[in-house]
Design a protein around this ligand. Structure first.
Ligand SMILES: *[C@@H]1O[C@H](CO)[C@@H](O)[C@H](O)[C@H]1NC(C)=O
Ligand SMILES: *[C@@H]1O[C@H](CO)[C@@H](O)[C@H](O)[C@H]1NC(C)=O
Length: 157
């Protein structure tokens, strides 16, 4: 028997599918080598994002980013920064930070998962291209207590 799906329902399903593509996306990330023992990062989410391994960010637009992290340390206040990574050098990027408590709750409690959310505006002066990005969140009084991960983003022309 041929399954007959009402056209209206089909249209609705396709619309939902497209909506799913345009909304929140968990993206691929890699933890930084030296920061894995003291902090676990999970569920890095970029909206909008079409490709989870390489989100495309448009200039003159705001992109929402969020991630969960579980520090193994307690901390009264946190600092944060986002950087372009070019072999060994890191270049500050975006107006994020340095006060991380604006984007996540402080103080942090050891072994408790919390969420960091940030709306990133991509200005017109940021060059187009594919960029490795490193995100860091650390204890203000001891920067060896750090959460850190890498993602790749593409900044559209
Ligand atoms: C940048 O975005 C704003 C708001 O969407 C818009 O009004 C403005 O025209 C845009 N500027 C350029 C140069 O595209
Ligand atoms: C980003 O988050 C803000 C605040 O929650 C919201 O108003 C806006 O619509 C979001 N933008 C996108 C592209 O999801």
């Amino acid at each position: 028997m041929l399954l007959r799906i009402p056209r209206k329902m089909l249209r609705c399903a396709i619309a939902l599918l497209l909506l799913g593509v345009a909304t929140a996306k968990l993206v691929k990330f890699t933890p930084c080598l030296n920061a894995q023992e003291l902090c676990t990062v999970s569920d890095v989410d970029i909206t909008p994002c079409q490709s989870p391994s390489r989100c495309r960010l448009e200039k003159n637009q705001t992109t929402n980013l969020s991630f969960d992290f579980t520090p193994k340390f307690s901390s009264a206040t946190l600092k944060t920064g986002v950087y372009f990574v070019n072999s060994d050098t890191e270049m500050g990027f975006s107006d994020l930070g340095p006060d991380a408590c604006v984007y996540t709750s402080c103080p942090t409690v050891a072994d408790t998962k919390q969420t960091f959310t940030y709306s990133l505006y991509i200005g017109k002066r940021i060059p187009s291209g594919l960029f490795p990005i490193r995100w860091r969140v650390w204890d203000e009084t001891d920067n060896s207590k750090m959460c850190c991960f890498n993602i790749n983003i593409k900044i559209a022309k």
